[in-house]
Write a protein that binds this ligand. Structure first.
Ligand SMILES: *Cc1c(COP(=O)(O)O)cnc(C)c1O
Length: 379
């Protein structure tokens, strides 16, 4: 929470601003970018646009020299609208329509992710001569928001995928992986880099010289638990690169999303109702005007546990179930593990939900139950 955000919210309240809103402080985004650049000095930063595609965020990062990881044509156009050139864009989704690849290629994009031979064939037809990197699977252990098996192929398959790309006239450029989002263990890059180095060696024996490792995202935001600072990640990654690649360290890129914008944003919400389900119920139900459908989707399975500040912090606390405002029973944020909130909390109290700069506005429905999408201000 920054003074700038606090001042902004106070003014908004005075002016009668209504409804939950996210406020993102660009100064924090700038600090985060500079911390990545400093902690991984030989690594280019490709901001993962999906975390928060607000034009002000993209403009700032473009000015600071960032590159961009995109997943769709709309995201590519959002980046180009900042004035950044297409050579700073990676089309990093492994699941693309061939006509979208062709349009991205026509816009100047030359770097594409693949994880199977069928996708390689699409890129070869629609973006002849482009660079491709193959995503390898990572188990996501240690991550609070693991990315499962949806993207990437087994390391044993990656060599064949890239060899196929090479034969079809593409540049077999490198490898990528994602160690899982909100990855609290900096050592988790080691195993993936070990597998990457083995693929580099194997392909070199076949005359294909890969050049790049895309280290993905996964850099955390501080929620309720402490997380290591980005410098610790930079050091662990550098050590792993040295260990597995020796003095032939390849070009590297990172794709931070959450770590770039998460701590730059705060959501202000309002308590709509506090109730109990029975006279002897120990747990109060606290209903907010924000829930899973208007910004807090990452509370799914209670995976991301946001810090919640209230005007009564310091008072005695008691366990609460926290729920959203819609008439869908899945719109409950924390129930399996109740959340301790001050007993003095009242209907109408404003609460501040911290660390919400990433994966909130874009996860907000257009109007489920008539609740409007999350308002966003970038200051
Ligand atoms: C979502 C995504 C990221 C960003 O991940 P964070 O954990 O938010 O840093 C990076 N790369 C790819 C390919 C992604 O899909």
């Amino acid at each position: 929470m920054t003074d700038r955000i606090q001042d902004f919210l106070r003014r908004r309240r005075e002016e009668g601003g209504e409804g939950p809103c996210l406020v993102v402080d660009l100064e924090v985004v700038r600090e985060n970018y500079l911390a990545f650049a400093k902690s991984l000095p030989d690594t280019r930063v490709f901001y993962a646009v999906k975390a928060n595609p607000a034009p002000e965020v993209l403009d700032l990062l473009a000015r600071l020299g960032s590159c961009f990881d995109t997943a769709s044509l709309v995201e590519i156009e959002q980046v180009l609208a900042t004035g950044a050139t297409a050579d700073r864009i990676s089309f990093g989704n492994t699941i693309k329509k061939e006509r979208d690849i062709a349009r991205a290629f026509a816009l100047g994009v030359r770097l594409f992710a693949v994880d199977c031979e069928a996708e390689v064939e699409k890129v070869a037809r629609a973006a002849p001569g482009a660079k491709v990197f193959c995503r390898i699977l990572c188990d996501g252990a240690g991550a609070e928001w693991p990315l499962s098996r949806k993207f990437g192929c087994a390391p044993a398959m990656a060599g064949r995928v890239l060899e196929h790309a090479h034969r079809l006239g593409l540049v077999a450029y490198g490898l990528s992986f994602h160690v899982g989002s909100q990855q609290r263990n900096p050592q988790m890059w080691d195993g993936a880099l070990k597998a990457s180095a083995a693929i580099f060696r194997d392909l070199a024996e076949r005359g294909i010289h890969l050049q790049m490792v895309n280290l993905g995202g996964g850099f955390p935001t501080r929620y309720l638990k402490d997380v290591p600072i980005v410098r610790v990640y930079g050091q662990a990654i550098f050590r792993a690169l040295r260990k597995h690649f020796g003095n032939r360290i390849p070009e590297t890129i990172i794709e931070p999303g959450r770590g770039m914008v998460g701590n730059a944003g705060v959501i202000e919400a309002e308590v709509v109702l506090i109730s109990r389900k029975a006279d002897d119920d120990k747990v109060r139900w606290v209903y907010l005007d924000i829930g899973k459908f208007n910004g807090l989707a990452e509370t799914m399975d209670e995976m991301i546990r946001y810090p919640i500040r209230t005007p009564f912090d310091g008072d005695e606390r008691a366990p609460c179930v926290i729920a959203g405002p819609t008439c869908d029973s899945v719109d409950v944020l924390y129930e399996k593990e109740p959340y301790a909130l001050p007993v003095s909390l009242e209907i109408g109290s404003k609460v501040l939900i911290e660390g919400t700069g990433a994966y909130t506005t874009t996860y907000s429905a257009v109007g489920f139950n008539g609740f409007p999408p999350l308002q966003s201000y970038v200051i």
